[in-house]
Design a binder for this molecule. Structure first.
Ligand code: G3P
Ligand code: CA
Length: 225
């Protein structure tokens, strides 16, 4: 069962920062999950919200600010908003990177960056897993490069997500953990999909979901897995 650090190790360090990803790597995660938005000059920025208001000391929409402008602001008075490149450069151990596309516009840039790092670092495509609630964005990724592993995110409709996952030949399905049962987990796996529920933090929930034999757990507290 794979342990996947949500926004790095969000339970211990500020989410989606290099220090948070390093913490997750130190906890020997199998994968890290992160979120991406595009800056106005098309840089892939690792940040969850469409604005910088909640997590930094600045204000404004990510897609209305340039890389230079975004780099001025600080998370917890200390850390910069990382770029996706910076996270790729940080990961030097056997760990996959689950990139969640927060909107359609990021799809093409993420595909290009993955292709670049496959050459630059000699990584295999299975070092990456691109997921999204925006299934059009996933379709665009599959259209641009069908070697990139895809994960279908859903918070509400497992049947629809399963049908779509089969349609685009996804590697995995990422349901909110409340949607899961032992039976539907097995059904998805019988159809060839890996099951990576999110975001499971409480020990009681972790223990319960483990009994469903999921393929991995996305958590803020990787050491609890
Ligand atoms: O990828 C799983 C999970 O991160 C999706 O929800 O809001 O934490 O990005 P959110
Ligand atoms: Ca996410």
């Amino acid at each position: 069962m794979k342990k996947i650090g949500h926004r790095g190790a969000k339970g211990y360090e500020p989410e989606n920062t290099l220090v948070s990803f390093q913490k997750a790597l130190d906890m020997r995660v199998d994968g890290i999950e992160l979120d991406v938005h595009l800056s106005t000059d098309d840089e892939l920025m690792v940040i969850h919200d469409e604005t910088i208001d909640r997590t930094t000391n600045g204000k404004g929409f990510v897609n209305k600010l340039s890389l230079r402008e975004l780099k001025v602001f600080r998370i917890n008075r200390t850390y910069e908003i990382p770029t996706l490149k910076e996270v790729f450069d940080l990961v030097n151990q056997d760990c996959f990177i689950n990139i969640e596309l927060k909107n359609y516009d990021t799809a093409e840039k993420v595909v290009s960056l993955i292709e670049k790092y496959v050459v630059k670092k000699g990584w295999k495509y299975d070092r990456f897993l691109v997921s999204s609630f925006d299934w059009n964005a996933l379709q665009q990724v599959a259209f641009l490069n069908d070697k990139i592993p895809i994960g279908v995110l859903t918070e509400t409709n497992l049947d629809l997500a399963l049908a779509f996952a089969k349609f685009i030949q996804a590697k995995s399905i990422h349901p909110h953990f409340h949607l899961l049962t032992k039976e539907n987990t097995a059904q998805m796996q019988e159809k060839g999909l890996q099951v990576f529920p999110w975001t499971i933090n409480e020990l009681e929930d972790i223990q319960k979901i483990k009994t469903f034999n999921v393929n991995g757990i996305i958590t803020d507290f990787p050491n609890r897995i």
